[in-house]
Write a protein that binds this ligand. Structure first.
Ligand SMILES: C[S@@+](CC[C@H](N)C(=O)[O-])C[C@H]1O[C@@H](n2cnc3c(N)ncnc32)[C@H](O)[C@@H]1O
Length: 315
């Protein structure tokens, strides 16, 4: 990044923060799909206190044009549209802390996966985003991790549209894959050779297999629900069966480096958008949850990519 850009980078986030606090982003997101608004229309919805609406409209226009130049919203000569991205709506983190609630639920009135079940377009976008991230992370894991050797049936719990399982079964041709996720998610999944898609709720049951794989699933859940899910996994695998979990594992002490920041960024994303009690955890915390569910505990196998680790819980 050029020095000048680096020195002024904070102005983008400060302007975005002000636009969010003024409700401009919520007004734009709340407008019917694709409906553009003028700066005057936006200024008319500002919280009481703008002494001069015309002046305020001119400032709103300049702020949004600046944000449009960073791709946050879109501007024509007269009007503004967007953003498409719900995470840019007003944040409720402080409220969530004080009220003991989840910020996403305050903003949207329901937990994240229920909301996605009612918004197929957003769900498709989320599944695609997860799939793209997983392609990178799973590819790196498959370069070095050998824990899939000898498995006949592998169940991917919370497997989304089956990207990880597709990559695993194309390397391990003898594995039959079962991709298990919520019914509205597997209904969006395309057929994958060697993989069966099954819809259901992992907190009710987990389909049987020789081993369970799950990536970025335990971090969604409270400790109590993790143990419930891990007990379902325990019942689903035979003696000597195992769970192979991929998660961003928190170091006990934060490290102020670019790589060191990543797990803590993910943890704050869980705090804002996750389910109640969802969080990133240390290796010791995962070991305790696994033991509480009947497993032998967590073995950290490999740090793979972008802070992700593979943890194996054996019976
Ligand atoms: C963070 S995504 C991870 C997706 C995939 N494992 C990956 O890493 O690309 C979490 C997944 O858990 C699924 N999920 C959430 N609650 C679930 C439940 N109760 N039963 C089954 N799947 C669930 C979501 O639909 C989503 O696909």
């Amino acid at each position: 990044m050029a020095a000048q850009e680096l020195m002024t980078a904070h102005i983008v986030s400060m302007t975005l923060k002000a636009a969010m606090e003024l409700g401009l982003i919520d007004t734009l997101t709340g407008a019917p799909a694709g409906r553009a608004l003028t700066a005057d229309e936006l200024a008319a919805k500002l919280p009481a206190g703008a002494t001069n609406k015309a002046e305020a409209a001119a400032v709103v226009d300049r702020m949004l044009r600046f944000l449009a130049s960073h791709g946050v919203v879109r501007c024509s000569a007269e009007e503004v549209t967007g953003p498409d991205s719900p995470p840019l709506r007003r944040h409720h983190l402080a409220e969530a802390l004080l009220e003991g609630r989840v910020a996403f639920e305050i903003a949207h009135g329901m937990p994240a996966f229920e909301y996605m079940g009612k918004n197929p377009q957003l769900s498709a976008l989320y599944n695609q985003a997860m799939s793209q991230l997983s392609t990178l992370v799973c590819g790196k894991m498959l370069e070095s991790f050998t824990g899939f050797d000898g498995i006949g049936i592998l169940v991917d719990v919370g497997g989304g549209i089956g990207t990880n399982l597709g990559m695993i079964t194309s390397k391990y041709k003898n594995i039959k894959g079962i991709n298990f996720d919520l019914p509205f998610v597997v209904s969006q999944a395309k057929p994958i050779p060697g993989v069966e898609h099954i819809g259901g709720d992992m907190l009710d049951y987990v389909p049987s297999g020789d081993a369970i794989f799950m990536k970025s699933v335990l971090h969604l859940l409270s400790d109590e629900d993790c143990v419930k899910l891990l007990k379902n996994c325990y019942r689903a695998v035979p003696d000597r069966g195992k769970v192979i979990a991929m998660e961003v594992v928190l170091p006990v002490t934060p490290e102020a480096t670019q790589a060191g920041r990543f797990p803590f960024l993910f943890d704050i994303i869980c705090l804002i958008n996750g389910l109640k009690g969802g969080k990133e955890r240390t290796e010791q915390e995962y070991a305790r949850l696994a033991t509480d569910a009947g497993f032998n505990g967590a073995i950290r196998s490999t740090v793979t990519f972008g802070g992700f680790s593979v943890l194996e819980f054996t019976k």
